[in-house]
Write a protein that binds this ligand. Sequence first.
Ligand code: MTE
Length: 566
Amino acid sequence: MQGDIPLREPVHSIQPEDEWRVEQGIAGAEFYLLDQTKGPGEQPRIPVSKHPITPPVEAKFDDELAKDEIPGWSGYVEWEDYPGKKKTAHDILMSHEFPPPPEFQLEPIPGTNPVLEGIRWKQWHRAIGGRLKDVPEESWKIVLEEKDPNMLHLLQFPYNGEPPKRLVTAQAITPNPLHFIRNHGGIPVIDPDSWFLRLEGLVREPKKLTLADLQDETRFPRMERLVTIQCSGTRRIEQISLYAGEGDEMINAPWAEGAIGTARYVGISLKKVIKYCGGLIDGAKHLELVGADTYFKMNEVMNYAVSVPYSKVRANEVMLVWEMNGQKLPKIHGAPIRAVVMGYIGARSVKWLYRITAMKEPTRAPVQSREYLYFNQQVGKHNQRWTDGIQIQEMPVSSAIMSPWNKQVVIHEGKISVKGWAYSGGGRWPERVEVSADGGFSWYMVPVENLSPKHKFAWRTWTMEVPCDVEGWIELVVRCWDNSLNTQPTEVRNAWNWGLHVTSSAHRVRIYSVNKSKEVTKARLEEFERRQVSFVPITRPTEFPYMTWKEYDDFFAKAGPRDIEV
Ligand code: MTE
């Protein structure tokens, strides 16, 4: 009871309380399966079963199975050299039941930071035991040490985090602590003095090179480049919120626009290192890059691996780097050495790199062969074949608005200040950025002086004052044209794929425009201020009148009455 008013009367109903929410798709994860192949007639309405909470996995602590492989390489377990170990790990994983991934696509995303915890991944590590048991906690400590406290931790383990919108483009070069992180496993900590790189497979002279070898300028000339690394999951949240899918990664971090960052890297060209090994033999055309972290995929364990075509290496577009923005490469970004593959999807820029294998075909490692693929719309989760997807290599042209934010109420005087980034992969660069304040009907060009400088492999940040006369809900849209005249599809649905990768459509932000250059609006805003009443949320009815009766009468005296007598 609130005073005399009953808040809620008991209602006699046989309807489940949440029926309306289920019918409206708001409680999407609770939905009943509708199997129209079962013929006419009432179908049993079997609710989706909630997965039972499984108890924590009993660790087997088989120290021999998952032990540090090399002194000074903490958290590095070698899998690829030991098929027998991989098989045992697989058997262990198969013998447990793990909790399901959390539902956050059909249900609201948790309002916590970390947003998702990664319990499943932590339990996989526990189940294998040995050195992997403590990796989740150790990795989280490194996150807290090396990353800015402002980071949005989308997934605690394996760590996936991005800066908040207000900081993504605060500087044209992303400060290291604010650069996004996309990890598939834990963070190995490798002592630079004991690190070495194995070069093997179809190279004429297989070698092991130390960090000192790579840094010896008499052998390998230094190279410095400004490079944007973009994860193909950037802006996935738009696909999730419109059409929840699953994607082929076990947990899809709900990335927003911050899974992109730009840094100045120092290192050497991989081409020179291959040359130093006498070049490739026997028709080798691809280089497999392997990282020291452990990745779990479909109950298999492995070291993170991808490959790049040798043509990319020959073009001096693959670097081995040890410096990021004038500082030693941070542990979380792959110290002591990572690959930077310019203009490609971030997944190819392997961190904690320790092995390069020359081969004839691209690697079959899952990250290369089964993930990071771009499917046609007719391909869904249950009719997919890995061969159906286009491999995501060069990132397409894209852009994003960092301010204002979706659903924000923006007071302005006829021009809205908008800011964001624009990027194109494959060595193309943003030539023109355009912003619309009417959903994409008319476009205004960002003046060239409002764009950060051009670089072959880097984004451009921009700011813009966009003319806007109207009041109420409007849609701000940005699109970029690159130097090859590529531009972006206009709607998310035009560039849709169930794998939730590459959201490169024109970025749309719906805001509520309050145009203070209009006299009436200005007076109204002043009235809010005078009464010390909050102007937001915009949905709240205002409790004070819009005009005086005198103003009302004066108007109709001039304009004539609303109803005219015959
Ligand atoms: N390298 C290793 N060894 N392990 C990883 O999980 N993630 C890749 C790539 N290199 C990854 C890796 C992906 S998907 C991306 S987008 C980039 O690293 C992200 O680089 P960053 O975390 O330094 O920003």
